[in-house]
Design a protein around this ligand. Structure first.
Ligand SMILES: [Zn+2]
Length: 96
């Protein structure tokens, strides 16, 4: 089973943080979720954070809010995808 990693620093989560994340992710009842919520959250979803990042979020919430706004897909991956798509269409049009 792959280790659950912090979405900010990529460190393996402490067992208690991983347990909290799994429980909060699996809880559908919003009233119950509000009672048990221990992790920071964004758009109603718990953040997968290690203890260090959770403490840093409490101190500098704006820094992490900006990190959440960044797209998950790196620019290089997007460029490679667009380049591959372009090569596909050039090949397709060239065969017609
Ligand atoms: Zn972290």
């Amino acid at each position: 089973m792959p280790a659950c990693r912090c979405q900010f620093c990529a460190a393996p989560l402490e067992p208690v943080q991983e347990f909290r994340y799994l429980v909060e992710t699996a809880t559908d009842d919003p009233v119950h979720l509000n009672r048990i919520r221990a992790l920071p959250h964004a758009a109603g979803r718990p953040l997968r954070v290690c203890k260090g990042c959770q403490a840093a979020i409490r101190v500098h919430p704006e820094r992490f809010r900006r990190a959440l706004l960044r797209p998950d897909v790196p620019t290089r991956v997007l460029a490679a995808g667009l380049l591959s798509l372009g090569c596909f269409f050039v090949t397709l049009v060239g065969e017609l």
